[in-house]
Write a protein that binds this ligand. Structure first.
Ligand code: NAD
Length: 264
């Protein structure tokens, strides 16, 4: 029996990268999966791949920055899949500090904070309440090494500022680490465990811009003591573990899954 047998999981950002790999992994471990994403076509595709493997899955369009939509997603998941036990707040975006002219970009700041920070807050705030009212459950969020240490910007000739030198991204991911602690403490008694994963650089569309440049890719690889970038399935494995009862005494932690990036 899989470690998520009998569970229903809502995964955000399930159209692509880590979220998609997690939807497939949660299914492989026995869960029914609601694939939520802004990109509804991509979310449907992930759900269809699970259905092809004989699993139970559905898809919904969701902007995690919208609190009402997050509440609706919880209800819709339970209605369609017969319950809700696990929420994986994974959707996220990257963004630069500056616009093309080199000026501070408030637009970029607000967008990254809205998705990466407010989006996770929505999932934790409404998710914890929802699960607590129904006897408990497990929540995982995707933080980042950017929430644990200061990131080295990726040098790019001609760019106004190194990619990933983004203050909004760093701030949002650091906040996810803290929110994970706060909600874990507040909801421990109610039986809701709250944890996070902190990926290093992972081979997904989010990092495609850097992997397209051999010098930038080599720069990133050298930052990981294991000598390579991570695969989305390696993050999915950690998220599935934290979501499952195998992690029954773990709450409030952020586990780096980073090839040793933060160990140095
Ligand atoms: N790839 C990496 O190297 C890396 C490293 C550390 C952390 N992360 C984090 O992992 C998570 C997943 O990233 P990924 O690498 O799989 O990226 P990705 O771009 O492949 O996937 C992100 C998904 O989130 C969706 N999304 C974006 N905004 C949304 C919104 N407002 N509401 C709902 N869905 C939305 C996108 O449509 C996309 O399907 C993000 O939180 C990211 O910050 C990624």
């Amino acid at each position: 029996m899989g470690k998520l047998e009998g569970k229903v999981a809502l995964i955000t950002g399930a159209a692509s990268g880590i979220g998609k790999a997690s939807a497939l992994r949660f299914h492989a471990d026995g869960a029914a999966v609601m694939c939520a994403d802004m990109n509804i076509e991509g979310a449907r595709q992930t759900a269809a791949e699970i259905a092809e493997k004989g699993g139970s899955a559905s898809a919904l369009q969701l902007d995690v920055a919208d609190p009402a939509a997050v509440q609706d997603a919880l209800q819709q998941t339970a209605g369609e899949l017969g319950g809700l036990h696990i929420i994986y707040n994974n959707a996220g975006i990257s963004g630069l500090n500056v616009d093309a002219a080199g000026n501070m970009s408030m637009h970029s700041w607000e967008k990254v904070i809205a998705v990466n920070l407010t989006g996770v807050y929505n999932g934790l705030f409404y998710g914890c309440r929802y699960l607590a009212e129904r006897g408990g459950g497990s929540i995982v969020s995707t933080a980042s090494i950017a929430g644990l240490v200061g990131l080295m910007g990726i040098p790019r000739p001609g760019a106004p500022e190194p990619e990933y030198g983004s203050g909004a991204y760093q701030a949002s991911k650091g906040a996810v680490v803290q929110l994970t602690r706060q909600f874990a403490i507040n909801y421990a008694e109610a039986g809701v465990r709250v944890n996070a994963v902190a990926p290093g650089y992972i081979v997904t569309p989010m990092t495609a811009f850097a992997r397209a440049d051999p010098a930038a890719e080599a720069f990133l690889v050298a930052l990981h003591p294991l000598g390579r970038l991570g695969q989305p399935e390696e993050i999915a494995a950690a998220a599935a573990f934290l979501a499952s009862d195998e992690a029954s005494f773990i709450t409030g932690v952020t586990i780096p899954v980073d090839g040793g990036y933060t160990a140095r």
